[in-house]
Design a protein around this ligand. Structure first.
Ligand code: FES
Length: 336
């Protein structure tokens, strides 16, 4: 059976066997190493890595392979012999325990004035977990689509809470029609979830000002982080930049108003998608800040470029994983 040696960015070597019939990602999990991944179906690109030596085959995939020789997606990669693989993450980013599986009841479904769909799920009390919604703002859960093996990654839009409520926000696109249709058909039924997942979380100990940017589905983690700061009664300066189709119309005002009340130091700016100059102006409002960006790849690239132009020190920007709701839903639509 082929052996895999996976080397992290900080030089830790993980070894595990991989029967040729399963992917390197699955084999790592069987050995107790939970590598960063989202879709597990070659769509999101999160599990990218480089094979340094050894032969392998790649199953069909939609996400681009990482550049350079040996670029692979571990969820699509099957070894033909022993492999040495360079992982893009540090050892601390690799989980050592199985991602918790939970059940929840589908509750309220609402449409915001902006046309977004909000789904609220209520976690069922289970063993050691109780009924608490115990996660860090910015993380996501995977929701199993009933009757399928497809797990849809969705970021929570609310703060952790003892009531067991998880709120998900879906942008007004084709996937929302699907989500609303599914929700209407199955409201009140039990759904399977796993998580929380992801390390896109606030550095609560940092004394620096915070700048939170969200676009598309990335608005949800930004709202979750603001809600968490409001619960903490945080008083560090926070500037929120939201990508909106129309910067001159209210956007999530019903949610932002109470957050402004709880966080008097909060400022919010709306920036139209693709307006690099406006984005740079907003980013320049905070000096020596911690930046958090969630949303589509072009937004994240624009943030990186703007921060570089503003001479911000590297390492102050945290990027949310590409949850790729749109591509995941494309697969879902084919099955529902
Ligand atoms: S987890 Fe492999 S491409 Fe998404």
């Amino acid at each position: 059976m082929p052996e895999i040696a996976a080397i992290t960015r900080d030089g830790i070597r993980l070894t595990f066997p991989c029967p040729g019939a399963i992917s390197v990602l699955d084999a790592a999990e069987e050995a107790g190493y939970y590598l960063p991944c989202v879709c597990r179906h070659g769509r999101c690109g999160t599990c990218h890595a480089h094979v340094l030596s050894g032969a392998y085959e790649l199953a069909p995939h939609e996400a681009k392979l990482p550049p350079g020789p040996g670029g692979v997606l571990l969820c699509r990669c099957r070894p033909l012999e022993d492999l040495v693989v360079a992982l893009p993450c540090r050892d601390a980013q690799i989980g050592r325990r199985q991602v918790p599986e939970r059940h929840a009841t589908l509750g309220a479904i609402a449409t915001s004035p902006e046309g977004w769909t909000s789904l609220t799920l209520h976690l069922c009390p289970e063993g050691a977990f109780g009924a608490e919604a115990d996660f860090a703002a910015g993380q996501y859960m995977e929701l199993r689509l009933p009757g399928t093996d497809t797990w849809l990654p969705l970021c929570m839009a609310n703060a952790p809470n003892e009531d067991g409520a998880l709120e998900f926000l879906l942008p007004p696109q084709a996937d929302v029609e699907w989500a609303a249709g599914l929700a209407a058909a199955r409201q009140g039924t039990k759904l399977q979830l796993r998580g929380p997942l992801g390390d896109f979380i606030l550095d609560e100990k940092s004394p620096r000002p915070r700048c939170l940017l969200g676009g598309g589905a990335g608005v949800a983690p930004v709202l979750a982080m603001l809600s968490q700061l409001a619960v903490m009664r945080d008083r560090i300066r926070v500037h929120c930049i939201l990508e909106a189709a129309h910067s001159d119309r209210p956007f999530f005002e019903r949610r932002l108003a109470p957050l402004r009340g709880a966080l008097p130091q909060l400022t919010v700016a709306l920036v139209p998608a693709g307006e690099a100059a406006a984005l740079q102006t907003e980013l320049a409002r905070l000096q020596a800040a911690d930046f958090y960006a969630a949303g589509p790849a072009p937004l994240k690239e624009a943030v990186k470029a703007a921060l570089q132009a503003l001479n911000n020190p590297p390492g102050r920007l945290r990027l949310a994983p590409a949850l790729s709701v749109e591509t995941a839903v494309a697969g879902v639509l084919a099955q529902v």
